[in-house]
Write a protein that binds this ligand. Structure first.
Ligand code: XIL
Length: 337
């Protein structure tokens, strides 16, 4: 997705308050029949927001009935979970992890280190490197310890790269240099040796950023960083989508390094339903065919609550929760035969 559109989407979604306005909190109802845990050959996931799930029946029912994995859309981000230094608020994250347990779903934790949705106490201070390293380690340990055995896969470092393929010049990089990436993985590994640890990146399926991303991963492996997998967000459109051969090549490339791969945040905006279904099918087929693909996650459930502009209609269910052709395209290649 072009950078400008991505920024607009973040601002719009942020202004909407991430669905938490007037949200009563508490447990998310399980008032539909959960899809069988092993219905698909690989987990098919959705980004989930507890506010949307509590407020909207169609969203919650489709989430329960369709997806075998969830990624907290916002509930584990720094600004939500760590609002003041050393003070953690786990209500929404707990609600989602508990909902996943009651519905037999896997959880992908997301994200431990990112430069968006950070609290002001973090961004508005000049940190000495040793101090920031301590804050980072404490944050990672708090989350990874709490969900040990319940989160299978963590996005340890999210979007480390800028559009030009260099490191994003964010607070982590400015204070700690590129070493923050390896440091975060090491802390996460010690906190839960059995979780699979992923790096995750946007717009890294094709082009220059894709090469830079693969180079970064090669370098991390070479230096013995404890990384298990490589996430491709795959926010895309009918026009920009990586084709089937390219997706297969990405899984093969990371597989050669002994790493897993996953499609972590897919949506397909700005296109008609037939083309959209084709793009979802290509991704589902690529994941199904790759022994090292650990799942395909879409970034939302119904078009009513996408992080993109409303006219994007990028998800497999429409605003009212009716399935679009994209749903079948996503599920068929991954259905267990
Ligand atoms: C988005 C959420 O969907 C929005 O609700 C929020 O306002 C901004 O972040 N890449 C990521 C995700 O890794 O965490 C982002 O999620 C979308 C882009």
């Amino acid at each position: 997705m072009p950078a400008a559109r991505y920024l607009v989407a973040i601002l719009v979604a942020g202004a909407a308050g991430c669905g938490n306005g007037g949200d009563p909190g508490g447990a998310i109802d399980v008032d539909a029949k959960p899809v069988a845990r092993d219905a698909y050959a690989k987990p098919i996931g959705a980004a989930a927001d507890p506010g949307y799930a509590r407020a909207d029946d169609a969203y919650r029912h489709r989430l329960i009935e369709t997806f075998t994995s969830i990624t907290p859309e916002n509930a584990m981000k720094w600004a939500v979970v760590h609002p003041a230094e050393g003070r953690f608020e786990f209500d929404d994250a707990d609600a989602l992890v508990d909902f996943a347990r009651r519905t037999g779903k896997r959880v992908r934790g997301h994200p431990l280190v990112w430069d968006v949705q950070l609290p002001e106490w973090l961004t508005e201070r000049d940190w000495r490197p040793a101090q920031l390293r301590r804050v980072l380690a404490r944050h990672i340990r708090a989350l990874v310890h709490r969900y040990r055995g319940r989160v299978d896969e963590w996005d340890v470092v999210n979007e480390p790269l800028a559009d030009d393929g260099g490191f994003a010049k964010n607070v982590w990089f400015r204070t700690l240099g590129p070493a923050y990436v390896a440091y975060a993985f090491r802390v996460a590994r010690r906190a839960d040796p059995s979780a699979r640890l992923f790096i995750n990146e946007i717009d890294a399926e094709t082009g220059r950023k894709s090469l830079a991303y693969l180079r970064l991963v090669v370098e991390l492996k070479r230096r013995g960083v404890p990384i298990d997998g490589v996430g491709f967000q795959n926010h895309t459109t009918g026009k920009d989508a990586a084709g089937p051969a390219r997706l297969r090549a990405l899984f093969t490339a990371v597989g050669r390094l002994g790493l897993a791969g996953a499609i972590t945040e897919m949506d397909v905006g700005a296109t008609e339903e037939g083309r959209q279904a084709r793009v979802y099918r290509d991704a589902a087929e690529a994941c199904a065919a790759a022994a090292n693909c650990t799942g395909l996650t879409v970034w939302g459930v119904t078009d009513r609550f996408s992080w993109l502009e409303p006219q994007s209609r990028a998800l497999p269910f429409d605003e009212g929760g009716e399935p679009k052709p994209a749903l079948r395209a996503l599920v068929e290649p991954l259905r267990r035969r």
